[in-house]
Every structure is written in C-alpha cells, then in structure tokens.
Design a protein around this ligand. Structure first.
Ligand code: GLU
Length: 285
C-alpha cells in the first residue's frame, strides 16, 4: 500500500508504550530486554534524522513493585505514591539505557491543566520544540503524583494523541499487547477480522470500540479509537501495533504492512481543547 511507504518520510514521530509492553506479565517487574530494545529503536530512529517523542506508562506498576505491593492499589493516595516512586525508577532506567547510545533523553510530566490553561499549553509547546531542536528525546507521562483528575480519567493512549496534536507530529505509533484493531474482541469471537487500514474514524468505529474488552493498563480499544480520532484530526497518521517485539518500530517506519493504520484526516480549524474532557466553559464558545 502506497500510504504505508509514506511513513518513511515522516519527520516528527510519537511512540507510545503501555505498561504491558514494559513489564513481564508473570512478575510485573520491568522487562529490561524489551526496554533496551525500545531505546535502541528510538535512538536509531533519531539517528535517521527523525524527531522522536516517547510516551511511556509504567510509573504506577513499577512503583507498586518497588514498594512490595501485591495488588494494583485502589486508593488514590497510594496510586500517587506508587507513581512517585515508579516514575523516578523508570526514568533512571531510561536514562541509563539512552546514555549507552549517547542519546539525550528528558522527562515531561503533564496534567490536563497543562493543556486547558493557555499559558501552560504554550509553555509546554515551547519546551517540546526546544528539546527537539536540541536533539533530545522527551519521555512523557501524566503527572500522576499530583493529579487526581488525571489518574481517574487519564490514560496514556489519549495523552499520546494529545502530545501528537500539541507538537503537530506527523505520526503516532501506539504499541500495545494486541496486533491492532479487530471487528470484534478476538479473544472472545474467533470470527473477529483484523482491520489493516482505516480511512476515517467514523461512528462505525466508535461503536466497534464500545464492544471491546481487550483492556490492558488503563487504556483499552475504545481509548485507542478515541486517540485515533484525535491524532488523525490533528493531521497525523496513527498506527496501532503489537509491542511484543520492539523491532516493530523500524518495520512500521519502513512501510511494512503491520498493525492497523489510521490515515491522517486533518480537520480544518482543529482545536485541541475541543477533544478533551474538560468543563464546557473551557471550550470554544
Ligand atoms: N500514567 C500511568 C502510569 O504511568 C499509566 C496510564 C496508562 O496505562 O494508560 O502508570
């Protein structure tokens, strides 16, 4: 497919990895081999001349393990404490791995307020631009430690699409533990068909997402479809693919037909805040 080949020429790429792609399913501990490969792939993408942003989950899961908790905490304050411990650990590993390739990495933690407040939004935008122009790979997560609203409603599928829109990236790659979009949940329905290409995220897809239960981390299929709507409306192509092997990143960029591709469909007059779940008075009048 010709469109797949155009991915090679995209300049600004956002890659999102979920907790399930960074940890061992049996123990919940960090999968260092996968993380190492992820870092190598991203640095190589950068070496090809691309601007790269990583949106990484895992703060709560990593912190929970460090603190010796068996179950995912339900209480908000405990989740926040886990995120505080885990985010620092996660960054420590990322920094170490990126350093092995002499690649500068940085951390950006955001909340919904970062976007709703115009001054904050502009500042965030400037920070991204400056970091990218300095050759850094920003690593983004929600600021889960202080942001109750985000922990309850936020997920990194949405966050990665927001970042894509904010920095006007050309492509968003969402790596998860599923191969892409299916007509139904493939775990429950053997007749479910794989969808390789989506020209436009219309009501049909939104409906499809509602029936799915392939949830991992905070995001499931419906958050991915919503992310696709946001990212494509902002003018980016989006690909959902399986992060079991991080080598998939360069294969996607080389135009291989893997995962589900959503074609960019820039909405004229695109306004990011319209896509956020925020009080009406913050939206455009
Ligand atoms: N921000 C959360 C974390 O780092 C993850 C959210 C998600 O899984 O989508 O733990």
């Amino acid at each position: 497919m010709i469109l797949r080949k155009t991915l090679k020429d995209k300049k600004r790429i956002v890659v999102k990895v979920g907790t399930s792609s960074l940890t061992h399913p049996d123990t919940g501990l960090m999968d260092l081999i996968k993380m190492e490969k992820l870092v190598r792939e991203l640095t190589d993408l950068h070496n090809r001349g691309k601007e790269v942003i990583l949106v990484s989950s895992g703060a709560i899961a990593v912190g929970r393990k460090a603190l010796g908790m068996k179950e995912r905490p339900a209480e908000l304050a405990v989740k926040q404490a886990c995120a505080s411990v885990g985010q620092a650990r996660l960054m420590m590993i990322y920094q170490k791995l990126f350093m092995e390739y002499n690649q500068i990495a940085s951390q950006i933690l955001m909340t919904k307020n970062t976007l709703v407040n115009e001054i904050n939004r502009k500042n965030a935008e400037n920070t991204f631009e400056t970091l990218l122009s300095l050759g850094a790979i920003p690593i983004v997560n929600e600021n889960d430690t202080v942001s109750t609203y985000e922990i309850q409603f936020g997920d990194n599928d949405t966050l990665s699409a927001i970042v894509t829109a904010l920095v006007q990236a050309d492509a968003l790659i969402l790596l998860s533990d599923i191969d892409g979009l299916f007509t139904d949940d493939p775990n429950r329905n053997p007749e479910a068909k794989f969808i390789e290409y989506v020209d436009r995220v219309d009501a049909r897809f939104e409906q499809m997402a509602k029936g799915s239960s392939s949830d991992v981390g905070t995001g499931g299929m419906s958050t991915k479809i919503n992310a696709a709507k946001l990212a494509t409306s902002a003018g980016a192509d989006m690909i959902i693919a399986n992060g079991a092997d991080m080598g998939i990143i360069h294969r996607i960029m080389d135009g291989e037909r893997i995962g589900t591709m959503f074609r960019a469909n820039r909405t004229e007059d695109f306004y990011l805040i319209d896509y956020l779940d925020v009080p009406a008075d913050k939206k455009r009048g």
